[in-house]
Write a protein that binds this ligand. Structure first.
Ligand code: ADP
Ligand code: GN1
Ligand code: MG
Length: 352
């Protein structure tokens, strides 16, 4: 690891480097030097991202654009250059590595401690979208085609069911059936997009609570992180993925399904934060589609967890056997809960 660390322009000599965080995709390390100075070192997932140099160009141009609006280093994710002045390096095995400044005096939550935490994350992701509203979207590479194209995600689930590559379908048949019943919702947003009724915006596309850094004392937003999937997308999807994760009454992989559901109070708190930061830029139809964004992001993510379980856990990082199936189960229950709460969600949005 020392060899990799020395590829970057560090302040001081590295004295510590250990695995860090709870992301499902990249391999993340916290590195500390004797300066002392803290950095985030990441091995970027080559299996998930087909064009890492292109991905790094996206991140570099987005962070430069954001920095022109706010030069405070805690307010924008900051890439640390390599000794050659590049944004990333490659090791002998062809793996790609990058480094960020560690956002100091910050906290990153896997679950909100209270409603205000979720409201603050809504402000963070809403402001992010707002700050990028005039960003030249055509210069961004589409990092993963069809990333939030729910009908395509259902095709991928159906292929996984058909191939049954890991021989797990028998065990997961009830879950597969449950997703296929809910497939009726899948085309809702893509149909509106294809008809030209919804605009594409520069969106984050992975708006989990643990992809935003809050100030450790005040729990107010510092910056949005995990910019790997920034590309043109729908406002409702950014809104919805935050609800999927942050407004859940349980963890993503809770085994006791009696704890699983969506909290309308947390939904309302996030919606207040998000709309206060970017509501004035959204069209009336975009605002109306926010509740369906929550339902669809939950349905879609759950279908991806199930497909990955059937494929043999090849995409999302798992910490124990069966974790992707447990994630898929919570997302069935969450989606069903959202189906029941759609009218209440719509009322909350109208009232805000
Ligand atoms: P993944 O794509 O695997 O989710 P992330 O970029 O989200 O990777 O990083 C994983 C975790 O590492 C985050 O949830 C956060 O806890 C931590 N992290 C990432 N970047 C920073 C940073 N610049 N400062 C502090 N913590 C960070
Ligand atoms: C992944 O990287 P992370 O853990 O922030 C995934 C998201 C899923 C999420 C589910 C690039 O996000 O799409 O919604 O897991 N990221 C990618 O928790 O696939
Ligand atoms: Mg992440």
């Amino acid at each position: 690891m020392n060899q990799i660390l020395h590829q970057f322009q560090l302040e001081g000599e590295p004295v510590q480097c250990e695995r860090y965080g709870h992301g499902h995709i990249n391999e993340t390390y916290l590195a500390v030097t004797d300066a002392p100075h803290a950095y985030i070192l990441q091995k970027v997932n080559r299996h998930v991202f087909p064009d890492i140099p292109g991905l790094m160009r996206n991140i570099s141009s987005v962070t430069h654009y954001l920095r022109r609006q706010n030069p405070d280093p805690r307010r924008v994710l900051t890439l640390v250059p390599t000794v050659d002045g590049a944004d990333f390096c490659q090791d002998g095995e062809g793996e790609y590595w990058r480094m960020y400044e560690f956002v100091t005096d910050s906290i990153c939550l896997d679950q909100p401690e209270n409603e205000n935490d979720l409201r603050q994350s809504g402000i963070a992701f809403g402001s992010f979208q707002n700050q990028l509203s005039d960003f030249p979207a055509h210069t961004l590479m589409e990092i993963i085609p069809h990333f939030h194209d729910t009908p395509v995600r259902f095709q991928q689930l159906k292929s996984a069911i058909q191939n049954d590559a890991a021989g797990r379908l028998r065990e997961a048949q009830p879950e597969a059936d449950a997703y296929l019943v809910m497939e009726k919702h899948a085309g809702f947003l893509m149909d509106l997009l294809n008809k030209g009724d919804l605009p594409l915006r520069v969106t984050h596309n992975d708006t989990k609570l643990n992809n935003v850094m809050l100030d450790i004392k005040t729990h107010t937003p510092l910056c949005v992180i995990d910019l790997d999937t920034v590309m043109p997308g729908l406002a409702a999807n950014d809104f919805g993925d935050s609800i999927r994760f942050g407004a859940a009454t349980s963890r993503e992989d809770e085994k006791d399904l009696s704890h699983v559901g969506m909290s309308l109070k947390l939904f309302e708190a996030y919606a207040q934060g998000f709309l206060s930061a970017c509501g004035s830029r959204l069209t009336p139809l975009e605002k109306e589609t926010l509740p369906m964004g929550a339902l669809l992001m939950t349905l879609e993510c759950g279908s991806r967890f199930l497909a990955d379980y059937l494929n043999g856990d090849v995409y999302f990082r798992t910490a124990r056997p069966g974790q992707n199936l447990q994630r898929a189960r919570t997302h069935i229950k969450m989606t069903q809960d959202m189906e029941k709460k759609l009218d209440s969600m719509r009322r909350i949005i109208r009232e805000i």
